[in-house]
Design a protein around this ligand. Structure first.
Ligand SMILES: Nc1ncnc2c1ncn2[C@@H]1O[C@H](COP(=O)(O)OP(=O)(O)O)[C@@H](O)[C@H]1O
Ligand SMILES: [Mg+2]
Length: 413
């Protein structure tokens, strides 16, 4: 009985917090989940603490700059980190412009869903170029000495603790992790019983972010994955639906963000990530007296992104290839985005909601809406030349999906 109650409480916690905005009427009920938590920022004696890693870089909380993280390029990934910086900056600019116009001027907010959420971006702080292969270009060469107290990091020849490495380094703001009640609830609901104690005890799980896989369900009957960790926990569509999370709003926010990246920033969005994390420390226009912000959807990781110049592509008569490339990037990404025309397992039974279709439609509509807004602010020539590209991209995605084998949600070639 106690077990069942714990299970119910865990579900309620995730439903409340991962809805991102709590109605003020439910605030009392959820107040115990909102007790502020201090993030254990590393002090000078600890040095920078690793909080994540990927193919391109290792990510550290910077002991001397509370609130800043640094992504340090692995050997041979220096250029990739510059690409990360360039794309991240471009996307930041268009996100800020959107936030500003939609706050102050945009009539569309009045009749669009007032509960809409918008993806957040970590702020770019600075890029430091330190690798020997760095070309000077428009970057200032400076030497940042990064003390890394972590023996297992393989960043160069010298692998001793407390050493100094020279590598390109991108500083951005820290995405706050999800709070302790959320971490405990994820363990309660999804962690195999025999691993729970060790997962609770593992201090790395304090850096808890949840990947939003709107384009993938868990396979029925599949064995539990061998590793359970709260850093980048993959939350699948079936889990989100089961918890009653606002999948349609997540989908719309991703559609808006992708339109911003494509047509506002001219970035192909290759391999970007969407995660649920703690709330951004900004003024949130979607919050009001009736709604309180408790978490946010975040967009990160631009190191594999390319920037395109639409005019040049047009002059080279390459608009079709551009659309093909964007479609390719859409399917090569991890399955964050909803995918078109997925079977939801209803077997066509009447009365069963086709969730896949619902999220795809929300994504599609918001993508088109936002693209239209972007093109509306451009010249008439640009509008007539490029205004049909967003629809061509969506058609291309639907076409591509039809050609994929059932169950394929990511292409790897
Ligand atoms: N600004 C940030 N705040 C908190 N965690 C971050 C931040 N940037 C990256 N991370 C964590 O580090 C991981 C690796 O960073 P990422 O940018 O994806 O590197 P890579 O390009 O090597 O994949 C991410 O998946 C995330 O868990
Ligand atoms: Mg990554």
């Amino acid at each position: 009985m106690e077990r069942k109650q714990k299970h119910r409480n865990a579900r309620d916690t995730l439903r409340h917090i991962l809805s991102l905005r709590i109605p003020a009427t439910a605030f009392q009920e959820a107040a115990h989940l909102l007790v502020p938590e201090t993030y254990p920022w590393p002090g000078p004696e600890e040095g920078n603490r690793k909080i994540g890693f990927g193919q391109c870089g290792l990510v550290y909380a910077v002991s001397s700059e509370p609130g800043a993280v640094v992504k340090i390029a692995r050997p041979h990934f220096g250029d990739s980190l510059r690409a990360d910086y360039v794309a991240h900056e471009r996307v930041s600019k268009i996100f800020s412009a959107r936030e500003w116009t939609s706050d102050l001027h945009d009539i569309s907010r009045i009749y669009k869903d007032r509960g809409a959420i918008h993806a957040k971006l970590p702020k770019v702080i600075r890029l430091e170029i330190n690798d020997s292969a760095a070309t000077l270009g428009r970057f200032v060469r400076q030497k940042a000495q990064l003390k890394l107290h972590e023996p297992e990091v393989k960043l160069g020849e010298d692998n001793s603790p407390g050493r100094t490495v020279m590598a390109n380094a991108l500083y951005t703001s820290h995405i706050p992790p999800l709070s302790k009640p959320v971490r405990d609830a994820l363990i309660e609901l999804y962690c195999p019983v025999e691993k729970r104690d060790s997962v609770h005890a593992d201090p790395t799980n304090v850096d808890c972010l949840v990947r939003v896989y709107l384009g993938r369900r868990r396979r029925i009957g599949a064995p539990a994955p061998p590793n359970f960790a709260l850093r980048n926990y993959n939350l699948h569509l079936d889990q989100m639906v089961d918890l009653g999370l606002p999948v349609v709003r997540y989908a719309a926010a991703m559609g808006e963000a992708l339109a911003d990246m494509h047509w506002g920033a001219n970035v192909d969005a290759f391999d970007v990530e969407f995660v649920l994390g703690g709330p951004a420390a900004d003024i949130d226009t979607a919050s009001s007296r009736s709604r309180v912000k408790v978490a946010d959807l975040w967009l990160l990781d631009f190191n594999l992104c390319s920037v395109f110049v639409v005019e040049k592509v047009y002059e080279m008569e390459g608009l079709e290839e551009l659309v093909d490339h964007l479609v390719y990037a859409f399917f090569a990404n991890d399955p964050y985005y909803p995918h078109p025309s997925r079977d939801d397992g209803s077997g066509g039974r009447v009365g069963v909601v086709n969730v896949e279709l619902l999220v795809w439609n929300a994504f599609k509509e918001e993508y088109l809406w936002r693209s239209m807004e972007i093109f509306r602010s451009q010249s008439r020539v640009a509008r007539s030349r490029y205004g049909n590209l967003p629809a061509a991209f969506l058609d291309g995605c639907m076409e591509k999906q039809r050609g994929l084998d059932p169950g394929v949600d990511k292409i790897t070639d």
